[in-house]
Design a protein around this ligand. Structure first.
Ligand SMILES: [Zn+2]
Length: 141
């Protein structure tokens, strides 16, 4: 239940953010999932929307907005930042497709578009990020 654990940490972070912002009713939680994150997205969204909200009344009206975050690379040689569309990964055919699922393989295909160095850091597109929460402070009484 990898996805449930991830969803649980997203919700815990959202509740913490709500506490910090004085939000008592959360309306929307925006989550970014990196395209290199290995996750069953349907199961992740199901965990977010169906399993966890019942645990906290602040989540009663919450909607979850799950967006994919594209991978970005930063060249270690010259500092150029580039995305997957800037490199010719897709021409690698079936092996290129595998990059979606095996992050380590992207080292085999990505080359800096400026200096052609294969040495890069992945600056985004990994992991799961709580982008923001929206909500209101229920101070009616
Ligand atoms: Zn470079």
């Amino acid at each position: 239940m990898h996805e449930l654990a991830l969803a649980d940490s997203v919700v815990k972070a959202a509740l913490q953010a709500a506490d910090d912002a004085g939000i008592t009713r959360i309306g929307r939680i925006v989550v970014k999932v990196g395209e290199l994150q290995q996750i069953e997205k349907d199961l992740f969204e199901f965990s977010l929307t169906s399993v966890i909200p019942s645990q906290d009344p602040r989540l009663a009206d919450a909607e979850f907005d799950v967006a994919e975050e594209a991978v970005r690379f930063a060249c270690r040689a010259c500092g150029t930042e580039y995305g997957r569309s800037d490199v010719d990964i897709d021409s690698a055919g079936d092996e290129g497709e595998a990059v979606h699922f095996i992050p380590e393989l992207s080292h085999a295909f990505a080359r800096c578009p400026s200096c052609a160095s294969p040495d890069f850091d992945i600056t985004q597109g990994r992991g799961i990020t709580l982008e923001r929460i929206e909500g209101s402070a229920d101070d009616a009484d």
